[in-house]
Design a protein. Structure first.
Length: 217
């Protein structure tokens, strides 16, 4: 399984970013509509309005394309900069931004349908589940782990096991509501209800790891 998200550019002109985005958008649509096995690189090329050669010039194979599509979906709501710790920004505000982005990500139609697809296919193709896990959940938890280690180093919170804390944070954000949504027996929290939920979770997290500022919630 390739860990590269795209093939090296090599000499010459940079690859057309608009075409790359069109390929990713087409891949997300087709993977969700037809599943992984029934989505071909030819079909992706046709949906994106580019040649098959262009698809392969951006992505080495279907596994790489699937991985990149998952990464792109995650980064729509949680770009890498979300896991930075800017000077002068309160820790709780950084955590709130991440909580809002993650909550919106996991409750989006694309994310819900993708999770259902992976759950249905995981027992048949464990490698596909691993590609999804490494490109999506694992990358997000790794980013959060790094951020929480930085926060611990500043003394703002006491987090001696940042990996565990990162997993706890995201599990709290998902909550029972996301389970109900995945099972098709509930609707996602939106608006004020969603904001109350993420603020409650961040408040609990801050108190659990020694952040007195959480009292403002």
């Amino acid at each position: 399984m390739s860990n590269n998200l795209s093939a090296p550019n090599g000499p010459g002109r940079p690859k057309d970013l608009a075409k790359r985005q069109a390929i990713l958008d087409a891949a997300k649509t087709l993977f969700l509509c037809h599943g992984y096995a029934n989505t071909s690189m030819d079909a992706v090329a046709s949906e994106a309005g580019v040649s098959k050669l262009t698809v392969y010039s951006h992505f080495n194979d279907k596994e790489t394309l699937f991985s990149a599509a998952v990464v792109a979906k995650c980064e729509e709501q949680l770009p890498p900069l979300f896991f930075e710790l800017p000077d002068g920004i309160a820790v709780e505000n950084v955590l709130l931004n991440i909580a809002r982005g993650f909550h919106q990500l996991i409750n989006s139609d694309e994310s819900v349908n993708l999770h259902r697809l992976i759950m249905a296919l995981g027992s048949q193709d464990p490698k596909l589940s691993l590609i999804f896990f490494e490109a999506g959940p694992e990358r997000v938890v790794n980013g959060m782990e790094g951020l929480l280690a930085k926060i611990h180093a500043t003394g703002a919170l006491s987090i001696d096991q940042p990996r565990n804390a990162a997993e706890h944070f995201f599990c709290l954000i998902k909550g029972a509501g996301n389970f109900r949504l995945l099972y098709g027996c509930g609707e996602p929290l939106t608006g004020e209800a969603a904001e109350r939920h993420v603020r409650e979770v961040v408040g609990l997290f801050m108190r659990a790891y020694g952040g007195g500022a959480a009292a403002s919630f």
